[in-house]
Design a binder for this molecule. Structure first.
Ligand code: NAD
Length: 541
């Protein structure tokens, strides 16, 4: 029962903690890491508020120490997926009709719990299982997740306030109903915050969810489940299943009540899911919403007016943080020949300082890539560049998987703008640079725009306002998140809503009202105060 138009607390970005030597947050985090690293966690599935253990388990091993087992997670067979769907649907009646303030309170509470008692645990789990350094864990697993919860609550109320005009004698109202059925959230390994946000955004809007986390994020997914539970999320609203993605997806997409897909992951998988939904379309009671944020081949383009040190820094940070495993990570750069030597000099100097190793040692900037499949793929492309006369590996190029999946930050110089590593998403610490003649800058923008199927993020660097304007126009469809004189990564919720088009996704901008709208189905209510009794219009005479 609502007895007031309530305002929610103004959303503010969670301040990023520094973790400087000697700081209390550093001590707490490293102690938590140590304790979690040396214990064994048993991660159940989570269906209707019950911890479900099937005994059919897979080991969880840190990418930087792949022989060390930190726990295991339980996987589903088809019956568990069916139960997750039916219990979600059973929870729907209460959840979809509870007042929005109750839902808002749960996620606002989750934000505060994460800012406080859950922070070290969420960050440590992310460092261990996804091999993120202290800073990368903090900006993802703590700050971005907190921001998603806080800002989405505010955006929800903004949406609710958007109401139609009413002519005299009538009252028009718009009601933002949750979708009829359930939402299927499939999440990637690389951001703990995305893993939480995909099910949470739909749930906040009153939907019930079946959530399939990535196998490589199960460790921190468990902390998210604990967080939701402690924040008061009722049983059955978000149900978590692990295991064979094809079996789980086939089961979910066969349900007539499937009403929306909230996906983040690779382009190929998303296109296959879209196709499968299309094939099943006659099965569904409603047209499913399809939201997917997918791959990228994100660019840095520099003009000869750019400062070479700034260009090099944008590359070092943009390409190598979190081992290049951000969907926004720069992986192709176009540099004019007149400034290349200087850029290269800075790049060599900066990358030579990057230490690589376990995230337990905070001085390591680079940690391991996520798993052996990824390691082998990236190594294969590095070898290809080493062997090809159209390319030269000028920085890094070494890799070693004896202890962890470590790949040196690598820069490839490509003679052709369509060399394979200029166009293929590798999702690792590999940057390919193409040098263009200064006078050809306009043609080089065309290359940026047309060389790949993606359009996620991109950055241009120049000090010339005419060039900035022209490049921004020439690249208007080349990136959903476009940066001027910066690196193309590091979007902050509430400031730079994130997503791209073309093969990079549906561009529904995670962390925005636009995204939340996709999880609603609007009902327009028109009420007439004095109902007509004469069917004749004046023109009938
Ligand atoms: P992935 O596509 O391998 O896996 C993503 C999810 O899909 C996982 O949960 C996985 O188990 C599941 N999956 C895999 N095959 C499936 C299938 N056949 N049917 C159903 N589900 C299936 O991606 P990843 O390696 O976890 O993440 C990296 C990818 O995600 C990169 O391509 C990256 O660009 C993209 N990404 C994009 C964004 C964005 O906002 N655009 C953000 C993060 C990651």
């Amino acid at each position: 029962m609502t007895r007031g138009f309530f305002n929610v607390p103004k959303a503010v970005n969670e301040p990023v903690k520094g973790y400087a030597p000697g700081s209390p947050e550093r001590e707490e985090l490293l102690a938590t890491y140590k304790q979690m690293f040396s214990s064994n966690v048993d991660v159940p599935m989570y269906i209707n508020g019950e911890k479900v253990r099937t005994g059919n388990t897979k080991n969880i091993t840190p990418p930087h120490d792949h022989q060390h087992i930190v726990g295991q997670y339980h996987t589903a067979d088809k019956s568990h997926v069916d139960t997750a769907i039916s219990t979600a649907l059973a929870a729907r009646q209460a959840w979809s009709s509870v007042s929005w303030m109750e839902r808002a309170s749960i996620f606002l509470k989750a934000a505060e719990l994460l800012a406080g008692p859950y922070r070290a645990k969420m960050n440590a789990a992310t460092m261990i299982a996804q091999s993120k350094n202290v800073h990368q864990a903090e900006i993802d697993a703590a700050c971005e997740m907190i921001d998603f919860f806080r800002f989405n609550v505010e955006y929800m109320t903004d949406i609710f306030k958007d109401q139609p005009a009413s002519a005299p004698g009538i009252w028009n109202r718009v009601e933002y109903r949750p979708l009829e059925g359930f939402v299927y959230a499939i999440t990637p390994f690389n951001f703990t915050s995305i893993a939480a946000n995909l099910p949470a955004a739909a749930a906040l809007m009153g939907n019930v969810v079946v959530w399939k986390p990535s196998d490589h994020q199960a460790y921190s997914a468990q902390v998210i489940v604990d967080l939701f539970k402690e924040a008061g999320l009722p049983d059955g609203v978000i149900n978590v299943v692990y295991g064979d993605p094809v079996m789980i997806t086939d089961t979910v997409l066969a349900s007539p009540d499937f009403s929306g897909l909230h996906f983040t992951g690779s382009t190929f998988v998303f296109k296959e899911l879209w196709k499968q939904i299309g094939t099943n379309i006659h099965t569904y009671k409603t047209y499913p919403r399809i939201v997917g944020e997918t791959g990228g081949k994100d660019f840095i383009w520099a003009h000869n007016s750019a400062n070479p040190l700034q260009v090099a820094t944008a590359i070092t940070r943009g390409a190598f943080e979190f081992q290049g495993q951000k969907c926004s990570a720069a992986s192709r750069a176009y540099i004019p020949s007149s400034i290349w030597n200087k850029v290269k000099e800075h790049l060599v100097a900066q990358t030579s300082e990057l230490k690589m190793g376990s995230p337990e040692d905070p001085s390591n900037f680079i940690n391991a890539v996520i798993h052996e499949g990824s390691f082998d793929k990236i190594a294969k492309y590095i070898d290809l560049a080493k062997a090809d006369e159209n390319a030269e590996v000028i920085i890094g190029g070494n890799y070693d998987k004896s202890v962890g999946y470590f790949i040196e930050p690598t820069v490839i110089l490509a003679k052709s703008p369509t060399f394979e590593t200029m166009t293929t998403e590798l999702f690792g610490p590999v940057m390919t640079v193409y040098i263009y003649e200064d006078a050809e800058w306009e043609a080089s923008l065309k290359l940026v725009d047309e060389s790949t199927e993606y359009a996620l993020t991109g950055a241009i660097l120049s000090t010339d306002r005419y060039i900035i304007e022209k490049a921004s126009k020439a690249l208007e469809n080349a990136a959903g998140n476009f940066y001027i004189n910066d690196k193309p990564t590091g979007a902050v919720v509430g400031q730079q809503p994130f997503g791209g088009a073309r093969a990079s996704g549906t561009n529904d901008k995670a962390g925005s009202a636009q995204n939340l709208l996709r999880w609603t189905s609007v009902r327009l209510i028109k009420e007439t105060f004095v109902t007509p009794t004469d069917y004749k219009y004046p023109f009938l005479g």
